[in-house]
Write a protein of this length. Structure first.
Length: 393
């Protein structure tokens, strides 16, 4: 039985070209980039070349790129660093109710330390209300942190408009772009954000490497203190193999982004339409147009999402109920709850996130296997039995 992976928003396999690029840095080019001898200078030269390539791909300057261990550290560094540096101005932060827990839990930590946090509402697709954002800014607001695209339903936020509103009040803007890098074009000169978070393992790069973009002139306090690495903003020996791999992964992603976008749109639309044709009481939680290609969040009423996932797993298909960081919890997704979904609908949601390995045949297989699974599970559901009973009456 072929195994089909449709959970690319959680992580991706390392691309063969990326793996080939990384391997020499574990034996032949193993030098510490801070060492002054030839081994170290070679490692630093390759790391700085990778920094330049990444900066060029996203419309930044090399000095604006700070390497971290991943998206969570970058989010923490951006939020805690910006708030600490600007504490004399105020203690008010604005975020959304659907952020990744790397942002939400950091904001909650700051609340416990005496800071005020405003959590913006979203519409049924997860888009923030710009008027509410504008009305929420106060004299002591120091940071707005809104994700570029949601990890559970793929909806893209209006970051350029957010930046314009923030600029009128002199407020910094941070955005978590972990789910958009390499999937949609990103030009930091056009977006205008002050801080932006990226991660390699979502784009077929290695785990354990992330980036915090810090726009020139933006000042933050370091999160990790140590040596003079990364312009004194992030102590610790640089992960040269992963950094070089990050640059290669971004190069691969940019080489065929338009074609891959189009291909993934077609596959997810076929998946959506095929399921809508075969299954009743099904609801689409992703924006119909303004979303990351390949991501589709679907609720199946009267069912538990975990049961669907396990049933698909037995058929060789890997999907998820949402963020991998919150797997195992019995609570409904905070994202879907924020969209206004009833608890039952939120608990019956499945996230399909397609990627390079997926084909039309994979979608056909899902359309063949999933409807019988839904029927079987609903036949065992007391909620569905009550619905059918009421319907017959």
């Amino acid at each position: 039985m072929e195994r089909i992976y449709m959970d690319h928003n959680a992580t991706t396999p390392v691309h063969p070209e990326v793996l080939a690029t990384i391997l020499p840095y574990y034996n032949e080019k193993f030098g510490n980039a801070s060492s002054v001898h030839t081994f170290g200078r070679e490692a630093r030269a390759d790391m700085e070349e990778a920094r330049e390539k990444i900066a060029d791909f996203i419309g930044a300057q090399p000095r604006e790129i700070i390497f971290t261990s991943g998206g969570t550290e970058s989010d923490n560094m951006a939020i805690l660093g910006a708030v600490s540096k600007n504490v004399k101005k105020g203690k008010h932060i604005i975020t959304s109710s659907i952020e990744h827990h790397a942002v939400l839990n950091t904001c909650k930590y700051l609340e416990n330390k005496g800071h005020e946090v405003t959590y913006l509402n979203v519409d049924k697709y997860g888009v923030i209300n710009l008027d509410q954002l504008r009305d929420s800014i106060k004299d002591d607001t120091v940071l707005i942190t809104i994700m570029h695209a949601n990890n559970e339903n793929g909806t893209i936020e209006p970051i350029e408009e957010i930046v314009k509103i923030a600029a009128e009040k002199g407020v910094l803007v941070h955005s978590d772009a972990v789910q958009t890098l390499g999937k949609v074009p990103i030009n930091l000169k056009e977006l205008g954000v002050d801080l932006m978070t990226f991660s390699a393992h979502k784009i077929y790069g290695p785990k354990g490497i992330g980036i915090l973009y810090i726009r020139r002139g933006t000042r933050i306090d370091p999160l990790i203190r140590g040596g003079h690495h990364e312009r004194n903003l992030r102590g610790g020996t640089e992960n040269v193999p992963a950094i070089v791999g990050f640059a290669k992964a971004l190069e691969v992603a940019n080489s065929d982004m338009d074609e891959e976008q189009s291909r993934l749109w077609k596959l997810t639309e076929k998946l959506k339409n095929g399921l809508l044709d075969q299954i009743d009481d099904l609801f689409i939680n992703s924006h119909p147009e303004n979303r990351v290609p390949g991501t589709m969040n679907i609720s199946f009423d009267y069912l538990e999402g975990e049961s669907i996932i396990l049933s698909l797993d037995m058929k060789g298909v890997g999907v998820s109920t949402g963020s991998a960081c919150t797997s195992g919890t019995l609570e409904p997704s905070h994202v879907l709850s924020a969209l206004g979904l009833p608890i039952a609908a939120a608990q019956g949601a499945i996230r399909f996130s397609l990627g390079r390995s997926n084909t039309e045949e994979h979608v056909d297989y899902i359309l063949q296997e999933l409807p019988p699974i839904i029927k079987r599970l609903r036949d065992m559901s007391p909620l569905y039995a009550d619905k059918m009973k009421n319907k017959s009456c």
